[in-house]
Ligand binder design. Structure first.
Ligand SMILES: Nc1ncnc2c1ncn2[C@@H]1O[C@H](COP(=O)(O)OP(=O)(O)OP(=O)(O)O)[C@@H](O)[C@H]1O
Length: 247
């Protein structure tokens, strides 16, 4: 589904990502963890197409997409969330998902559609909202949702395009313990056939949701393994307990 080969990104003097490789198998849930500044977000952005790598390649569904735009990757079946909210705060929950269903950024596009296409979009939007437990909140404006519900909505907006792969960028950032638990069960209950790449600072959440995990530090690969193997890895423990000297 996704093959990353020796990927690197340099920002001036900063090597944000350095020689990262990974393979995401069909139906697999793969986590990328690491402390602040590890390079997780930069890695995510290169996979989604937001920033071009300075080294290496990204293949999606067997195709080299290294230089392909975000929009084209989305059309190929990449669903993704954003670390910084991209919600329309003054619009309803339902309209946000309908706009996402059209792959658009303008509310007008939804309202100028032919009725049949509109019905299809509305139906898919309701299904996406149901899958994240927000169907009964659909007529509220986004500004009236809790932070946790806004994260759920962002996942609905990624799902409504019926993606073949889902990229989640730190979905639990800034959430309370209760909101994290809700989000965790939501992700757990997504169809097992949908491969997921989850970038997450919260190690417990990432280990609880994935089949395999990679830990990064200072842009580099530390270890890849099952959640149990990564949890028990001495270097990972040192990194997360903050006892490791920065290189
Ligand atoms: N646009 C940029 N310009 C310059 N340096 C950058 C840029 N984006 C990221 N960096 C640097 O690259 C390194 C990796 O950053 P990145 O945001 O990918 O890490 P992260 O693991 O996602 O951290 P966090 O959990 O804090 O988001 C950091 O040293 C950061 O300062």
């Amino acid at each position: 589904m996704l093959v990353i080969d020796d990927l690197g990104k340099r920002y001036g003097g900063v090597q944000a990502v350095d020689g990262i490789s990974l393979v995401l198998e069909p139906g697999e849930r793969f986590g990328v963890i690491g402390p602040n500044g590890a390079g997780k977000t930069t890695l995510f952005k290169m996979i989604a197409g937001d920033v071009p790598p300075t080294a290496g390649a990204v293949h999606l569904f067997g195709k080299d997409v290294t230089t392909m735009s975000t929009a084209r990757r989305a059309r190929m079946g990449v669903g993704r969330t954003f670390q910084i909210s991209n919600l329309f705060r003054d619009m309803t929950v339902f309209d946000n998902v309908r706009v996402a269903a059209r792959g658009g950024t303008s509310k007008a596009r939804v309202f100028w559609m032919p009725q049949r296409a509109k019905d299809d979009v509305s139906e898919r939007s309701i299904e996406a909202l149901e899958s994240v437990g927000l169907a009964d909140r659909r007529n509220l404006t986004v500004a009236n949702l809790s932070h946790g519900e806004q994260r759920q909505l962002e996942i609905a907006m990624a799902l409504v395009g019926e993606p073949s792969i889902l990229l989640l960028d730190e979905p639990a950032a800034g959430l309370s313990a209760v909101e994290r638990a809700t989000l965790k069960s939501l992700i757990e209950n997504l169809p097992r056939t949908l491969p997921i790449l989850l970038i997450e600072h919260d190690m417990t959440l990432a280990l609880g949701l994935t089949d395999r995990v990679m830990c990064m530090e200072n842009g580099r690969h530390v270890v890849t393994g099952t959640p149990a193997e990564v949890r028990d890895n001495e270097t990972v423990r040192e990194i997360y307990l903050g006892r490791r000297d920065k290189k």
